[in-house]
Design a protein around this ligand. Structure first.
Ligand code: SD4
Length: 311
């Protein structure tokens, strides 16, 4: 029995999920973890508190997965707080896999989800500052205001939650929720709501999720790649390490780029690899809660820039 979530803020999300895991409900567990993150205003790339796009409007993406035949996602949701819950309805109540934009919000309305304002006051202020300062995202400065380890605070705008769980009955489930990259071009969708990119679960093998710069993760079909490597015999650590190295080999990397892969095998073994330092996975199991540094870092040297970058 184990739940793993991206970043240190996942510790509290895991706690919210734990009772469901004990009850043998892995899907409820990963949904509960994401709901927790979506409601926390200090997590600034998920749900309420998420930074808006370049038009000043927040849009949310999310997905859930039990197996290739049992998964769902939504992208570009603007008026509902819990994309993961809407994604679960897509999975459970439609013959489809992915709904997007206004039509996804309309679907959520029909399913009875309450509408919500997604732009938190702090996110609005950050957006106004970003506009005035000419599009510079100073992650190091912003991060100093939060109670995160300094190396992790550098990546504070990468707060996407990806969550994998193995429950008391041995069922695997995964979920992913994000507001995407800060100040993105309206309409942009990253890896997080796309099955095979930000999340993949193959019950006979294991599960994988990702966080970081979606364009890097999506281009290599990251989560699928990790699970498929495991299906072909790689250990979870070999699988996540190879995926990160594949990212490093496939793109011209910039200082603000990060990519992390997290895997949980069907026997409960987990492994995680990051492109750059400053990433932790939140783990909860019978040994208790803990935040663990990545097993493998592709570019361990500190980047030369503080993390400030222009878009
Ligand atoms: C995205 N992968 O939309 C997400 C962002 C993220 O940690 O994971 N940040 O590209």
């Amino acid at each position: 029995m184990r739940i793993v979530s991206t970043w240190s803020f996942g510790l509290a999300a895991n706690e919210a999920a734990w009772p469901h895991l004990v009850a043998g409900k892995a899907l409820d567990a990963v949904e509960a973890a994401c709901i927790y993150a979506e409601m926390a205003p200090d997590i600034d790339s998920v749900g309420f508190g998420g930074l808006p796009d370049s038009s000043g409007r927040v849009s949310l993406d999310g997905c859930v997965m039990l197996s290739p035949s049992c998964c769902g996602g939504v992208a570009g949701v603007r008026t509902h707080l819990h994309p993961v819950s809407v994604a679960r309805r897509v999975m459970e109540r439609t013959p489809h896999l992915l709904l997007v934009g206004q039509d996804a919000d309309d679907f959520a309305d029909r399913e009875g989800f309450a509408r919500a304002e997604l732009l938190a006051p702090g996110a609005r202020e950050a957006f106004e500052r970003w506009r005035v300062e000419g599009g510079v995202i100073d992650q190091s400065r912003d991060g100093a205001s939060r109670s995160l380890p300094a190396d992790e605070a550098r990546w504070r705008h990468h707060d996407t939650i990806g969550c994998l769980a193995l429950d008391a009955r041995g069922t695997l489930a995964g979920a992913c929720s994000t507001s995407g990259t800060p100040y993105k071009i309206p309409g942009r969708v990253g890896d997080s709501p796309i099955i095979g990119q930000g999340l993949y679960v193959e019950p006979a093998v294991g599960a994988a999720t990702a966080t970081g710069t979606g364009e890097l993760i999506a281009g290599i079909c990251g989560a699928f790649l990790v699970v498929e490597s495991m299906r072909r015999g790689a250990t979870p650590l070999e699988a996540v390490r190879d995926a990160v190295l594949r990212v490093a080999a496939s793109y011209r990397l910039e200082p603000q780029h990060q990519a992390v892969f997290l895997a949980l095998s069907k026997d409960g073994t987990f492994a995680h690899a990051a492109l750059r330092p400053g990433y932790r996975t939140s783990v909860m199991d019978l040994a208790g809660p803990r935040a663990v540094e990545a097993d493998f870092i592709a570019l361990p040297e500190a980047p030369t820039e503080s993390g400030a970058h222009a878009r």
